[in-house]
Ligand binder design. Structure first.
Ligand SMILES: Cc1cc2nc3c(=O)[nH]c(=O)nc-3n(C[C@H](O)[C@H](O)[C@H](O)COP(=O)(O)OP(=O)(O)OC[C@H]3O[C@@H](n4cnc5c(N)ncnc54)[C@H](O)[C@@H]3O)c2cc1C
Length: 450
């Protein structure tokens, strides 16, 4: 089952996975001398402010992703970049330490972006939207864009027949027949349950609800409080897995990921921590200048995200748990596009060319990710242990142990290395043995305080 000249590809969703797929499929088709048409269906209008025009995320783009985009000649325009990030700060209850890129002299490149046209109260326009930029890039590469939701899909009994989809409502309702349908709808979409009901074996990823708050401290205040640094917090709060302050020019994004669904009460508990209060700019609680959303994030990957003439990519397919989801969207889009153009669009083609490699690259690494996150949950509640190690790092900045721990922590917060690498580096016997006295001291300190 191959795509031939004149084949039509429908992409459901114009977020990163959908736009990357369109760009890559058109590139590979050109290289293979096949003429295909790609149509992206996108239900959001990225010129709208706040959640309605935004694929809600923290908006940190990793160096690995920026390198992949450059290789594809996709260069972010300056209007899209809110801030260049130079480093991270790890804040534990009693100490704060800077984390550096561990492999000098190379300087890492990390940038922050808005996915839509900025927070609901902001004065930004569509040129600041990363997702709009990618969608326009796909349009320039030759994709057609239809700004309407896909409302239904019909998979024919005979795999040689094409897939029919319906989009839009009322006067803008239309039908489209495709040789291949690509599900790039993310995890905040009703389309996941539609795909599940179709009976080809697709089970969507499990998700939890996170929380994102955008405020506007002004650039001067941001520079004074945070500089070009992302602040990551490990304050021993049971319900928080990851909390960060991410500066974006005049704005600050606060990102919270919990162990279960986040809600407003948990957000308030976090914001009212004395350490957090000290780091928040004045006027942060002005409700007219706050944009809050609770998007879902996948915590595992989908089962069977493919059948004949249909493949599910990005968050709705497989992504790396909690880290660099946009980079995973690129990886899955690339594997699926290569398979569709160069190999074929049957269930077997997608299993061998897309799913197995993606599972190997991302799915298996998530097993190590799960172990690291669970260990982190346990350790971060032992405030005395965390504080002793961070104190050691701040008082002995030049020892090999501090450099080693900096590398582990840097890679954990940035997602710069695989979870497998981070796991083995963090349990290395030489490190554990050398830090044993620090760990032991932290326990004696704890018992003295009882
Ligand atoms: C709190 C949080 C913080 C995050 N921080 C980061 C970060 O800093 N860096 C990073 O790399 N990743 C981050 N991520 C992950 C990242 O947001 C996702 O991995 C990424 O957006 C996945 O891209 P996608 O294209 O698969 O899905 P999405 O970005 O969700 O895009 C899906 C698109 O499909 C459209 N759509 C859905 N259904 C339909 C339909 N029926 N018809 C038409 N259109 C439809 C939607 O409108 C949307 O535009 C974060 C996620 C969360 C929740």
């Amino acid at each position: 089952m191959h795509l031939k000249n004149g084949a039509k590809i429908a992409v459901i969703g114009g977020g990163p996975a959908g736009s990357f797929f369109a760009h890559l499929a058109l590139t590979y088709a050109k290289q293979s001398g096949i003429k295909v048409s790609v149509t992206i269906f996108e239900k959001k209008h990225f010129d709208k402010k706040g959640a309605p025009g935004c694929n809600m995320s923290a908006g940190v783009l990793s160096e690995a992703l920026l390198d992949k985009l450059s290789e594809q000649h996709i260069h972010l325009p300056p209007a899209c970049i809110q801030q260049e990030i130079e480093g991270y700060f790890l804040q534990v209850p009693e100490y704060s330490i800077p984390l550096h890129y561990p492999y000098p002299p190379h300087k890492t490149r990390i940038v922050t972006v808005f996915r839509g046209s900025g927070p609901r109260f902001a004065n930004c326009d569509i040129t600041s939207s990363f997702d709009h930029f990618l969608l326009e890039h796909a349009r320039k590469a030759g994709a057609d864009i239809i700004l309407h939701p896909v409302t239904s899909l019909e998979i024919p009994g005979n795999p040689n027949d094409l897939i029919k989809l319906t989009y839009g409502e009322g006067a803008s309702k239309g039908e489209y027949t495709a040789d291949l349908v690509v599900g790039a709808c993310g995890v905040n979409s009703d389309t996941l349950s539609e795909l599940n009901k179709m009976g080809f074996g697709y089970i969507p990823p499990k998700t939890i609800r996170t929380c994102i708050v955008d405020i506007c401290p002004t650039k001067t205040v941001n520079d004074a409080l945070y500089g070009n640094n992302i602040y990551v917090f490990s304050l021993g709060l049971k319900f928080i897995r990851f909390a960060a302050f991410i500066p974006k020019g005049a704005f600050l994004t606060i990102c919270l990921v919990g162990k279960k669904d986040m809600d407003k009460a948990q957000l308030n508990t976090f914001l009212n921590q004395p350490k957090i209060q000290k780091m928040l700019p004045e006027g942060w609680d002005d409700s007219k200048k706050r944009c809050i959303c609770f998007p879902s994030i996948p915590i595992n990957h989908a089962r069977h995200p493919y059948t004949n003439r249909l493949v599910v990519i990005g968050d709705a397919g497989i992504s790396r748990t909690y880290k660099n989801g946009i980079d995973s969207a690129f990886t899955t889009a690339q594997l699926a596009a290569k398979t569709a153009i160069e190999r074929g669009v049957s269930e077997k083609d997608f299993e061998e060319g897309y799913f197995r490699p993606a599972e190997k690259l991302l799915g298996r690494d998530n097993i190590y990710g799960g172990i690291i996150l669970t260990a982190n949950d346990i350790i971060s509640r032992q405030k005395h242990v965390v504080s002793s190690h961070i104190k050691y790092m701040s008082e002995h900045p030049d020892t090999w142990e501090t450099k080693w721990m900096n590398e582990v922590l840097w890679n954990t917060v940035t997602g710069n290395a695989t979870y497998k690498d981070i796991f083995f580096k963090s349990i290395h016997p030489r490190l554990l043995l050398s830090l044993f006295p620090v760990t032991l001291y932290s326990f004696t300190k704890k018992s003295k305080t009882w």
